[in-house]
Design a protein around this ligand. Sequence first.
Ligand code: 16G
Ligand code: ZN
Length: 528
Amino acid sequence: MDLDAITKYSTLHAKPNGLLLQYGTAGFRTKAEHLDHVMFRMGLLAALRSRQTKSTIGIMVTASHNPEEDNGVKLVDPLGEMLAPTWEEHATCLANVEEQDMQRALTDISEKEAVDLLQDAFVVIGRDTRPSSEKLSQSVIHGVTVLGGQFHDYGLLTTPQLHYMVYCRNTNGQYGQATVEGYYQKHAKAFVGLTKQASYTGDGCRTLKVDCANGVGALKLREMEHYFSPELSVLLCNDGTKGKLNHLCGADFVKSHQQPPEGMEMKPNERCCSFDGDADRIVYYYRDADGHFHLIDGDKIATLISSFLKELLLEIGEDLKVGVIQTAYANGSSTRYLEEVMKVPVYCTKTGVKHLHHKAQEFDIGIYFEANGHGTVLFSKVAEMKIRQLAQELEGNKRKAAQILENIIDLFNQAIGDAISDMLVIEAILALKGMTVQQWDALYTDIPNRQLKVKVADRQVISTTDAERQALTPPGLQDAIDGLVKKYRLSRAFVRPSGTEDVVRVYAEADSQESADSLAHEVSLAVF
Ligand code: 16G
Ligand code: ZN
């Protein structure tokens, strides 16, 4: 490691005085102007992680659904997964050391992690469409090269595409080709394969309106469109040509405001969906004939997918272990429906994809979705092999069902939730089942709910347990919440410190919207 070069170049990426940042739920995130040093340092860290794992490591420059002025960065581990927890700590430490201590910090990490400094290092980089992203990704590259690492800059990518590239590169192309072309071909082939399953086919070419949050999802969907256009036609709005990234649009806006995005004309009963700014989340919605807006969130997406997969498993007669993973934000109705009507086991983890993903890996088929629309379905190697074998061996309808499952495996991004791939799976399922968006929505009725954010002096005084459903500290808070919840019917509430913003989040459910609103309000007062 050329320590002198590190000292020399790190002064070019000076750390603002007194700035302390933490590698949070989805990496570092703050105002773009404060991130140059973090990018350089994450380039250094990725080179070390690559040497230690003897694998390609990914770096994505994005702040997802945050405002355009923000930016962020996260590292992607060899199998396209989120960075390992011990390395998150190294990341926080490296981002916060003063320049004169950089050499020591890097040596410490290398020693602790037994990094072989003679190994080659290779890092792949992707970025979203924020005005700040290009320059910041150059600082990442600078970090990688200062440590003698090699890199490939993919330029503009959705976050899930970058995860896909990393996964492909570390599995010798078995998962797919590590190019955008490879991504389009793999997913489009599976999608077209699915919709071609003759006896299941619905009503021919379908149309879907997609709000792209004025983000990178628009560019990528445009590029990909012609691969699947005979089967599905997508009408893009908020495609970045006029509006501002994530401003009054995108999956996060639609989910949290429970209203349609700006710039989308919705005819009655028309199926619409929204991506977030880096296209790793998706929610669906429509307006009914009376003009009422209906949101179909991650919970209902998980329900549609689970019921479809269960039907197929029943058809092929295979008893694979299926589990659905949710977080505390999952609507109570969805959990009840999954457990009581569909009889699938449901598990709750802490918020953040890495927790859900990890739990989902325990199953043959692990279905995970956050209510906010981030999710995917993971297939164990054993399940995948079994299904591929059955697709060859079985006959008639059973064979068809196995082939559908095979295409579903190829269509779901196995590394991370992916708006484009989720959209294609959902469109295929609706087509195969001949199901309308209203029928999907009618699977169950959401319990009215409200989310609020509360500014407090120090959000870390709140700690939680039981997958964030119970507050441990400050003392008395949980008792207060319990007391308030008792005042309402069908009610539930919890608080948790945000992992991405300096706020405390409050969630409440109750039998009417007024009750949910007032319970959320009362709980937020108890937080002070
Ligand atoms: C990040 C997480 C998302 C989570 C959200 C919670 C990833 C890729 N994204 O966006 O899963 O729902 O944070 O944010 O892990 P909060 O902690 O501010 O509520
Ligand atoms: Zn995102």
